[in-house]
Design a protein around this ligand. Structure first.
Ligand SMILES: CC(C)(COP(=O)(O)OP(=O)(O)OC[C@H]1O[C@@H](n2cnc3c(N)ncnc32)[C@H](O)[C@@H]1OP(=O)(O)O)[C@@H](O)C(=O)NCCC(=O)NCCS
Length: 181
């Protein structure tokens, strides 16, 4: 799935990625063990070809929206946010993201990207619910989704084995303001 026009907030632009011209830092980031510490992609080192195929598949998919996160001031690419899979019969989807340059963590960019894509999901896309799941240890992700208006649904105990230690999965969600049939 692709956006017809970019989503824009105070400091960010969310836009489609061109699978044939991916920013080179994307491959470096998803193979960086510090960035992927709480992401499942850490179990497999990606090649450039695999990444191109992944982005092309996302762009062609009818139920996934993968977007690059860009700084509005200079169009610098700083990470990705993904909505999907979208489960159309139940009008819900999952959301996940990364900010690839850790020097940019803690500046509110994740919160802003989540707010922007959630508004698109619960507005123009007509979804009723967006879900975000994360490791208990992923404090930055947890706080960003909370700041973006998500609330906690529950926890799945000892769901992830992370560096030899069990961690719970925290499930957060944001619901549309009103139900529609
Ligand atoms: C998780 C991540 C997306 C957060 O991005 P971010 O831009 O730093 O998030 P924000 O700046 O919006 O931060 C939200 C809050 O979390 C805090 N925070 C961010 N990173 C943190 C960390 N590593 N430890 C503790 N708190 C952190 C921020 O200070 C801010 O706190 P506040 O509510 O008191 O202001 C980013 O750290 C990242 O990309 N991590 C690697 C990939 C990843 O884990 N993705 C999520 C998978 S579910």
């Amino acid at each position: 799935m692709r956006l017809k026009s970019p989503l824009i907030s105070a400091r960010l632009i969310l836009d489609n990625l061109d699978a044939t011209a991916l920013p080179p830092q994307y491959l470096a980031w998803i193979n960086d063990r510090e960035i992927t510490r709480y992401m499942e992609i850490r179990f497999h080192t990606q090649t450039a070809g695999e990444l191109t195929d992944f982005v092309a598949n996302m762009n062609e998919s009818g139920d996934n929206l993968l977007l690059g996160i860009f700084l509005k001031q200079d169009r610098r690419y700083i990470g990705n946010v993904k909505l999907g899979p979208i489960i159309a019969p139940h009008r819900r989807a999952d959301m996940g993201l990364f900010i690839g340059d850790d020097a940019l963590w803690g500046k509110g960019y994740a919160t802003e990207a989540i707010e922007l894509l959630t508004a698109h999901a619960l507005g123009p896309l007509g979804l009723h619910r967006v879900t975000a799941g994360m490791y208990t240890g992923n404090v930055g992700s947890y706080r960003a989704f909370l700041r973006a208006g998500y609330t906690e649904d529950g926890r799945l105990r000892e769901y992830w084995l992370s560096d030899g230690h069990w961690q719970d999965e925290i499930v957060l969600c944001k619901l549309a303001g009103a139900t529609r049939e």
